[in-house]
Design a binder for this molecule. Structure first.
Ligand code: ZN
Length: 261
């Protein structure tokens, strides 16, 4: 019992010190899957002050749960442990980290996969949730669709990237990690084009990436990426992180490696 009381004591201390940011791994995000220092609990933390819209809240819960349910491999030491794999993210062993320093590869691909899961499954969750019946009717109405199309045209984005729009059309929210998902969809599309005899659809290839996130099996996607984009491409994709610039650089690289015909 002492353990639990100290665990909650630490939680309340974190809240007093800086609220959400003290708990979240990424300051500035509205939600995160995080681990408090010095214990092994993984938490989904959400910023209640920012997540007031019910669809935002639901999409963030879905996103973070997808992270939380992803593959996890730990390296155990004498009195500590280190995350070695999380989702499709890869970290060095303790010995390697000591030698060259710590790093995380495949951050961008990990976020792309999780956000793509979020984008594909959010509509059915809204539809199934009785508390969101009104929201579902509004978001799928012809008025909302017209508003989304109008904004998409003005902003130069795809209307299906708009996750929700308010009734007055003044506020809207897009799905997260657009650039990273663009890279993922490009990879998936090209793999499908090159392997039509192996896959029934591009969605079939996408499911392979989703499976890798939950099973940790990277070899099959690594091989398909290298076959379509050349040797070293998988390692290169591993360098994409969660910022827009790195996703655009990787997109540029992939397009050069396998130009459209
Ligand atoms: Zn995320």
């Amino acid at each position: 019992m002492r353990f639990f009381s100290s665990f909650f004591w630490r939680l309340s201390v974190s809240f007093k010190k800086g609220g959400f940011d003290a708990l979240a791994a990424e300051a500035g995000a509205a939600s995160a899957t995080s681990r408090l220092l010095s214990n092994s609990y993984w938490l989904v933390v959400m910023d209640a002050e920012r997540l007031t819209d019910p669809i935002d809240k639901l999409s963030n819960i879905l996103h973070e749960i997808a992270h939380l349910k992803g593959f996890l491999a730990l390296e155990a030491g004498d009195d500590l442990y280190k995350v070695y794999r999380s989702g499709v993210k890869v970290m060095p062993t303790m010995q390697k980290a000591e030698r060259i320093g710590s790093f995380t590869a495949f951050i961008g691909l990990d976020e792309a996969i999780v956000s793509e899961i979020e984008k594909r499954h959010l509509p059915e969750l809204i539809k199934k949730n009785k508390l969101l019946k009104g929201e579902y009717i509004w978001q799928t109405s012809s008025e909302a669709t017209a508003l989304k199309e109008e904004i998409a045209k003005k902003e130069g984005i795809n209307p299906n990237e708009i996750m929700r729009i308010s009734k007055d059309g003044q506020t809207y929210k897009c799905f997260s990690y657009y650039e990273q998902r663009r890279v993922l969809n490009h990879i998936v599309g090209r793999i499908y084009e090159n392997n039509r005899e192996k896959f029934d659809s591009a969605d079939d290839v996408m499911r392979l990436f989703f499976r890798a996130h939950f099973s940790g099996e990277l070899l099959s996607i690594a091989r398909l990426i290298e076959e379509s984009f050349g040797k070293g491409a998988f390692r290169m994709v591993g360098m994409m992180d969660d910022n827009t610039n790195s996703a655009r650089l990787i997109m540029d690289y992939l397009k050069k490696k396998s130009p459209e015909v």
